[in-house]
Design a protein. Structure first.
Length: 75
């Protein structure tokens, strides 16, 4: 049995079926929780992985800048 660090709900987790780094969801508050320790068993709020979104946004910005440069050459 584990406790959600967000809402303090009891979470029934079979500790033999999870590994460190696994992410589970609290059924009470919906938070994504990462298994940070197996002995003692401990959960923490999972960090959002925004790196993929940031890279995509940067690439789109670069493409926009390239398009502007090409338009300048057409003039």
């Amino acid at each position: 049995m584990a406790t959600c660090p967000e809402c303090e709900a009891d979470i029934d987790v079979d500790e033999d079926d999870v590994d460190k780094g696994d992410v589970i969801t609290c059924h009470e508050c919906g938070s994504d929780l990462e298994v940070v320790s197996l002995t003692p068993f401990e959960l923490d709020v999972a960090q959002e992985d925004d790196d993929e979104d940031d890279d995509t946004d940067d690439d789109e910005d670069d493409l926009d800048e390239d398009d502007d440069e090409e338009e300048d050459w057409d003039m």
